[in-house]
Ligand binder design. Structure first.
Ligand SMILES: *[C@@H]1O[C@H](CO)[C@@H](O)[C@H](O)[C@H]1NC(C)=O
Ligand SMILES: *[C@@H]1O[C@H](CO)[C@@H](O)[C@H](O)[C@H]1NC(C)=O
Length: 233
């Protein structure tokens, strides 16, 4: 009888622990489902959570992001080739030549950015063209009261000549490297929009068009929502 009481108590403890784990994951963490709707392979990437994975047309990749993850981002890479050890390179979004990213991608890359606060504050998410554009991208929260954010224009197709690169449209900062476009030097505190940032804003009004874009580009959702991120939706 003593053994079976112990067994019951262990099992109750395990059930409580599992319940607590599910509660924490369900309420505060989030599942991000990355989906490739492009007609070509995209090498998805995520930091500080995710790493990276090749996605053929229609394929999805599910990433569990813990509560409290700040300044997270997902993006897609194009034109990649990797060897069996996961080393190689990509035409856009390359992260130091690794399949599984540990650092940000090289511009141009359309970014899906998020912060899961992990406290009682709202989660935030946005699409950013601050590092330029390589793929149309759409963020859809599972909580339908939270806004869907979409950058569906193929900016590569009508990119200003001086920003054109292979398979993408570079940011003015990356292509022209001047303080006015990078909001550095004399422009740190006062960095008005330029014709380039206005061009990006016109293409994708919901996305961040440059480093000091206004607050209309950040969106919020109640903690507990999950997110779908689709390329070429
Ligand atoms: C965007 O346009 C470029 C240039 O015309 C093309 O090569 C690329 O396939 C297009 N991307 C998508 C997602 O349609
Ligand atoms: C909105 O802009 C203000 C002032 O520029 C800034 O302090 C604040 O952090 C911004 N909010 C978000 C959510 O980015």
């Amino acid at each position: 009888m003593g053994e079976s009481t112990l067994a019951v108590s262990v099992s109750v403890t395990a059930t409580l622990a599992l319940g607590l784990l599910l509660y924490l994951q369900g309420v505060e963490g989030a599942t991000f489902v990355i989906q490739n709707q492009c007609s070509f392979t995209v090498w998805a990437a995520g930091i500080p959570v995710g790493g990276g994975q090749a996605l053929t047309q229609g394929q999805t990749w599910s990433v569990e992001v813990p509560a409290g993850t700040r300044a997270g981002r997902f993006w897609g890479r194009t034109g990649c080739s990797f060897d069996a050890s996961g080393q190689g390179s990509c035409n856009t979004g390359d992260c130091g030549g690794l399949l599984s990213c540990q650092v940000s991608g090289r511009p141009p890359a359309t970014l899906a950015e998020y912060t899961l606060t992990g406290d009682n504050n709202l989660d935030t998410y946005d699409i950013s063209l601050v590092d330029g554009f390589n793929l149309p991208l759409k963020i859809t929260p599972s909580d339908t009261t939270c806004p869907t954010v979409d950058c569906s224009s193929n900016i590569t197709a009508n990119c200003p000549t001086e920003l054109q690169v292979v398979e993408g449209c570079d940011s003015a900062c990356a292509a022209l490297n001047s303080p006015q476009y990078c909001c550095t030097g004399d422009y740190v505190d006062n960095c008005p929009p330029t014709s380039y940032s206005q061009y990006f804003k016109g293409q994708c009004p919901q996305a961040y068009s440059y480093a000091k874009d206004d607050n209309t580009s950040t969106f919020t959702c109640t903690p507990g929502a999950n997110y779908n991120i689709a390329f070429c939706a």
